[in-house]
Design a protein. Structure first.
Length: 360
């Protein structure tokens, strides 16, 4: 989970850093930030999200605003999905592609008004994404703004997440894949019906100075603080992609299983390469897997016969090793068996149905 940080570059801290330290979190470098990887333990935090509700500080994520008469035309150029279908108050998942179809990032875009959009980027890619947006603005009448410093971001996820947040909200919460301005405990907040755990819940965008008060209010009503490590086990169980692992400039969205969010007819950057990839499938494709014996495969472990694990972890919900891996297309069918070289030991795996974890 944590990445290496340049010791000469000071790590950034979110507005909740003091809260994390007070709660005994183990802090680690991540995408240039000092972030909580765990509090009481990965498995306990994971089960809290699956069983009741957890709260994550994801303020390291970036935000880019796009507004003006041609904001829609611009976003159709840089995002893979059909932004024209995005109603006011709705959210949409996309990837950002290079001309050759390689993936630069995956993101969520929220339509806040007739000509007002907000795109949430991955922390490690924010500066690159912003530069990409600015470089491809052309002559369009669109204003592109870096909004990362304007927002802290909290994710409240789990079966009781909405009930907890609704208790401090001044209006009904938006439905899944929708967004609405609201007031939480007297604080103006953008409430988004999105998340990264496979559970219901909301993500909250608000001024950094206001984040500690909302964090405290949500925890006081029963949400459990959760770190980046459990965030990774949760998203892997439901096969959500992680940029830098499952997605990269060297891989396209079709082989990664994200063709559903690519609408080539919009003419987005990389559309022709994606169209070609549909017609001429790549030799390797991303599949979810379960180990059929003891062990845990990790990113970088090689698939025997070609391919590699891109996400791998122990699943607290299933009590087995699970993950995502690129495998030869001939071995990608549901139920296909293959072996993974896990640090010199061969482990048997089977291509499984996605999501790997389903609520019973």
């Amino acid at each position: 989970m944590p990445d290496a940080a340049d010791p000469a570059t000071p790590l950034r801290r979110t507005a909740l850093y003091d809260r994390h330290v007070a709660l005994g979190a183990r802090m680690v470098p991540f995408a240039g930030w000092e972030m909580p990887v765990q509090y009481d333990g990965v498995i306990a935090e994971h089960h809290a999200v699956r069983g009741t509700a957890g709260i994550f500080d994801v303020s390291h994520m970036g935000e880019i605003g796009a507004g003006g008469p041609q904001a829609l035309e611009f976003l159709q150029r840089v995002l893979s999905n059909d932004v024209a279908k995005l109603a006011i108050g709705a959210a949409q998942y996309s990837v950002i592609c290079r001309e050759d179809g390689g993936v630069l990032d995956d993101c969520f875009t929220y339509r806040l008004g007739p000509q007002n959009y907000l795109t949430v980027t991955n922390a490690a890619n924010h500066e690159r994404d912003l530069a990409w947006f600015l470089a491809h603005r052309g002559e369009l009448a669109v204003e592109i703004t870096d909004r990362a410093a304007d927002y802290a971001m909290l994710a409240v996820q789990g079966p009781l997440a909405r009930e907890i947040v609704q208790a401090i909200a001044g209006a009904p919460l938006p439905e899944r894949m929708h967004v609405a301005e609201s007031v939480l405990d007297g604080i103006a907040t953008l409430v988004c019906g999105t998340g990264y755990t496979g559970e219901d819940g909301v993500e909250l965008l608000l001024a950094p100075a206001d984040a500690p008060a909302v964090w405290d209010a949500v925890i006081a009503r029963g949400a459990v603080p959760v770190g980046l490590a459990a965030r990774d086990t949760l998203r892997t169980e439901v096969c959500y992609h992680l940029y830098g692992n499952d997605l990269s400039p060297e891989r396209g969205p079709i082989e990664a299983g994200l063709g559903w969010c690519c609408k080539e007819d919009t003419g987005f950057i990389g559309a022709e390469a994606v169209r070609s990839a549909r017609a001429n499938p790549a030799e390797e494709v991303l599949v979810p897997f379960k180990l059929t014996e003891a062990g845990v495969a990790r990113p970088g472990d090689r698939v025997v016969g070609g391919g590699e694990v891109t996400s791998g972890t122990f699943s607290p919900s299933l009590a087995i090793g699970v993950g995502l891996a690129y495998v030869p297309r001939a071995r990608s069918a549901l139920g296909s068996e293959f072996e993974i070289d896990v640090r010199g030991k061969m482990r048997h795996a089977v291509v499984a149905e996605r999501p790997l974890y389903k609520r019973s």
